[in-house]
Design a binder for this molecule. Sequence first.
Ligand code: PLP
Length: 295
Amino acid sequence: MSLPYTLLIDPLAADDATSATAGTFREIDASAPALRVGELSTQRGDGIFETIAVVDGHVQESEPHLARLVRSAEICDLPVPNLRQWRAAIAFAREQVPAEGELAMKLVLSRGVEHGPAPTAWLSVNAASDSTDARTKGIRVVTLDRGYDHGVAERAPWLLLGAKTLSYAINMAALREAHRRGADDTIFVTSDGYVMEGPTSSVIARIDGVFVTPKPSGSILAGTTQASLFEHIREHDFPVAERDITVEELRRADAVWLVSSVRLAAPVVDLDGVPLALDAEANAAFTRYLLSPRD
Ligand code: PLP
């Protein structure tokens, strides 16, 4: 077995409870052509995805990821995924890939082939990039204007900002801009000065002793890592809050993290050129928890 390990999935209808799932996906050679030229995921970025961490053979929080895949499908008017089938494909792939180390499992559901009847779906598992430095030494971050104000999601739901769509060209452009400015990553802010998210991560800040994250809204992605971490923090009797956060508040935070499924918690040690403290104890506890088997 070589990585990326890939399964091509023949998507079942969401309400198909009778078909056997075995035989509805098959292993393919990731280095050989697999998609048609008319595929709308490649032509238009018209599809959705999830990236799930696999740590020492354990698929982390697969259910919250599947729930978000369903939510993204609904937002994008895509056929709702058959969860029985996706669970079977995830379990099958997990058995085939190395049982040690950190891997990234990607689920993709696209609108399919232009003028074709069916959606296209696949799952691939690859080695995770090494995030040790980001987790332990931290990252430098610049804020970048997302170009939208705070109320954009209600006014323009067709921007699909709350869905995890395949259209990440803007997110990648923002990362390149951050690199040009000498930083490792960025935090998007609204044009009227509120904190949103990173291009591939959610923002958590500790402000006046409270762990806060931007209130879930249609304009940012609901992060599975943030939700998991907040549950963990709450269990340890520290206060958490989901609320609007202004950029000024972020600048006076005691600590800030960018959190996501594979890189996990990356402490921000420099925000727009101003050093930020790294809370080594909280940081180590976050990484320990996020690397532990989670469901
Ligand atoms: N926000 C965006 C735009 C993302 O792309 C991601 C993950 O890739 C996240 C937030 C964090 O989500 P999760 O913690 O579920 O990986």
